[in-house]
Design a protein. Structure first.
Length: 188
């Protein structure tokens, strides 16, 4: 297993729809193992294959609730259904999120409160996940990556301007920008 470089917002792989996984091969299993290791090293609560340069419809997730209960897994070729968004502005204290592809920053973003995700596990068996709260947020965030959408693409105009300033200052808007957890210093 290896920690993989995480692509930063300017990398084209992050802005293109990912391809379906046609067969779960040893290569796919190896990619997923590397994704878990990378997600843990970052640390993150989710990681989509495009974030590590693989344009495939796969994501991993890892979350521990307030009671310390773990929730960890992988979804291959996911489909997402969600309840409609409640109108209004997001609460910055309750609805902010960040992304390993725009590291170290958080912005308020409204997401649907509950979702259903279907797909397959690494054995090719069908799975169905019905979650709400932060787990629903994780599912929506990672699913967006598979459609070439970063959470910063969903921000309002004032936050979008802030994102652009940060990206220019840190050089993140250029193709090929990446960082490796545990190796690269992102405070530059």
């Amino acid at each position: 297993m290896a920690v993989l470089p995480i692509r930063i917002m300017g990398d084209p792989v992050l802005h293109a729809p990912a391809s379906r996984v046609e067969a779960i091969t040893d290569e796919v299993r190896s990619l997923v193992a590397d994704m878990f290791e990378t997600m843990d090293a970052a640390p993150g609560v989710g990681l989509a294959a495009p974030q590590v340069g693989a344009g495939l419809r796969i994501y991993t997730y890892n979350y521990e609730d307030d009671d310390g209960n773990p929730w960890r897994g992988v979804i291959v070729n996911p489909e997402l259904w969600m309840k409609p968004l409640e109108p209004g502005h997001p609460d910055p204290d309750e609805e902010s999120e960040g992304c390993l592809s725009f590291p170290g920053e958080r912005f308020a973003l409204r997401r649907s409160e509950s979702v259903i995700v279907t797909g397959a596990d690494l054995e090719g068996e069908s799975i169905r996940i019905e979650v709400d709260g932060w787990r629903a947020r994780i599912m929506q965030h990672e699913f967006d990556h598979l459609d070439g959408i970063l959470y910063i693409d969903r921000l309002d105009d004032s936050d979008w301007k802030t994102v652009q300033k940060i990206a220019r200052k840190r050089g993140w808007a250029k193709p090929g920008a990446a960082w490796t957890p545990g190796i690269d210093d992102l405070d530059a």
